[in-house]
Design a protein around this ligand. Sequence first.
Ligand SMILES: C[S@@+](CC[C@H](N)C(=O)[O-])C[C@H]1O[C@@H](n2cnc3c(N)ncnc32)[C@H](O)[C@@H]1O
Length: 292
Amino acid sequence: MGTAKRRVRLGTVEKTLLWTVYMRVLDFRNTPPLVGDVWAVDVLDHLEFDRRILWGVGGDRNLVLLRARRIDAWARRWISAHPGGTVLHLACGPDSRALRLGSPPEGRWFDLDLPNVAALRRDLLPEPAGYRLLSASVTDAAWLDEIPSDAPVLVIAEGLVEYLSPTRTRLLLDRLVGHFPHGGEIVFDSVPGWVGATARAYGVPMFGMEDPRTPERWNPHLRLVRAHPLLADHADVPEWGYRTLYRALNACEATRAAMRLNHYRFEGSAGSAPDPADRSVRRGAARRASRR
Ligand SMILES: C[S@@+](CC[C@H](N)C(=O)[O-])C[C@H]1O[C@@H](n2cnc3c(N)ncnc32)[C@H](O)[C@@H]1O
């Protein structure tokens, strides 16, 4: 990363990445941090923008940090079980997840964001081996052709689906499932309708998804593995006040799902074709060999 500041010109939705970077900066100053994004401080330092957009953002950052932390944990586990797999990180912003976790050692990592954000990111963060940054909107069809379909995939979309209409989300899921014949897993967060409506009232174009099983009805190949209400992780919130608030909100049916992490699996048209670098496949083969 050079020393020059990079002037930020972003639209309403893209600007939300400044909030999440700022939250990771505040997190990094905590001991111990929830996410520990060592890159976030440098990223924010190199962005030139009207800092008023950050006013009030630092207050309650914990839900977003719990979300990032849980995705990191799930993704780490998936990568270790699928060293030859492909990670597809949609709407990456300047998030350093690829650097925090590392690409699958025998596979690949693709980050993707809108062209203006991808250009910004390219100036700010290094691109490690096995990594490629794509510059496109998830709503376009062409970018998927750039991604080899010869391995299972983990798709991560953090802070994206809220900004896509249900029709666009459905189309995206259909394209993803259709593109990877060896199947994979998809993780994205969602908010309920009332959160979407509240955000829209403040000028942020957000959509809610009431039922995490909705994608199963959209696409018969998708199976919900789990829908995790992030407020359930309240015990890990560092500040006593927010920890207490989250515990209370988690106990209330109406507010528990204020932000959920949804995890889906799909088999793919090739069935459960083995990823040759998949440790679970290798373990199975070793067990069978030892029985012989
Ligand atoms: C709330 S930020 C989240 C960024 C990052 N995932 C994080 O958690 O720090 C939303 C991101 O979605 C991206 N985004 C919004 N619409 C998109 C689209 N149609 N295609 C690709 N990226 C999009 C924005 O550019 C922005 O980086």
